[in-house]
Design a protein around this ligand. Sequence first.
Ligand SMILES: [Zn+2]
Length: 396
Amino acid sequence: MTDKLYERDSHIRRFEAKVLSCEKMPSENKSSSNEEALFEVVLDKTAFFPGGGGQKADGGTINGIKVTAVKQRGDEVIHCIALKLTAGESVIGEIDWESRLSRMQNHSGEHILSGLINSEYGFDNVGFHMGSEFLEIDFSGKLNGEDIKHIEKRANEIIAANNPVNILFPKDDELDKITYRSKGELSGQVRIVEITGADRCACCAPHVKQTGEVGIIKILKFLPNRGGTRLNVVCGMDALEDYNRKSEELSLISRAVSAKQDSASKAVERLVAQQEITKQALSSLNRSVLEMRIASLPERVEGNICIFESAYFDAVCARALANEAVLHTDAIAAVFCGSDREGYRYCISSSAVDLKEKLCQINEALKGNGGGSAVMIQGNCKAGEVKIKRFFDSFK
Ligand SMILES: [Zn+2]
């Protein structure tokens, strides 16, 4: 049996222990995450948390060698490692503190929120997932924007108060007298995590010792979920990273729109409105160009018609021009929009030539791709204006 140091003291990062056993790992126990591990080591005591209650197992080293997985088997904690040890020898274990602290900040933050929501609104935590970017916590009832603001403030007040977090191992009769949250039927010795002023909950995972260690709780988003509410939350160092990422993004936006950060959204709104006006103006200009082009088409054209327009000439106008131009010839009418540098969009129309049949030939000659029907094909091509014109001079 392993003495589980993490159950009583979540801040032991380094510990000395004796090896109880070191067995060659059965091949069926290997997984992709512990491929390198050859041995399963059991120690007389350990600070390595084997995972549970929604929190991942710890990483770290034993005698400087990476522990690739930690798991619980019965009362024992198994450390998977590529290091052969001898029963009775002393080893030094060191857990990956940065990851552990981040997980404790998030997990304790989740307990604070769940406890407060439970006591203030009576809703239960019905789902909890610690993702790589944020926590996902599901509650059994509906919360609105005001509730979220209120709970977030209350949760951060608990952090600022730096309240103690107590770990209790109550006897059965003591357990009967206290109220606590729990996710189901419990058996054996129940471990209670008590966050003063916020929560009391049965949980097996290591938590911070004082609420101040959580740093900050930020609710990023809340959304309806199966009749209840799902929260996306970040705590502690993860919240700082999230803040940094978003600050960087906002600073890029504000630079791009030449506005102060606190008025960047207004500047973006103005840009979007301006873009809408520009779009309408361009569309009206395109229609004028279309009318002009149609009016200037000769009554009859011998051979193919090949018209070039700018990249701003939209697809609807290009199609209308091709459809009109084809009435002036017994061959093909082709409209190309773009430039030699950027390439062209094409729209080709014909009632005399089966374009579907000629599609491959056209695309090959113009270094293009596209498709369509026997009477109209559309696509893009890389060939330049001179080459395109030369091709349609003789194409039948
Ligand atoms: Zn928990």
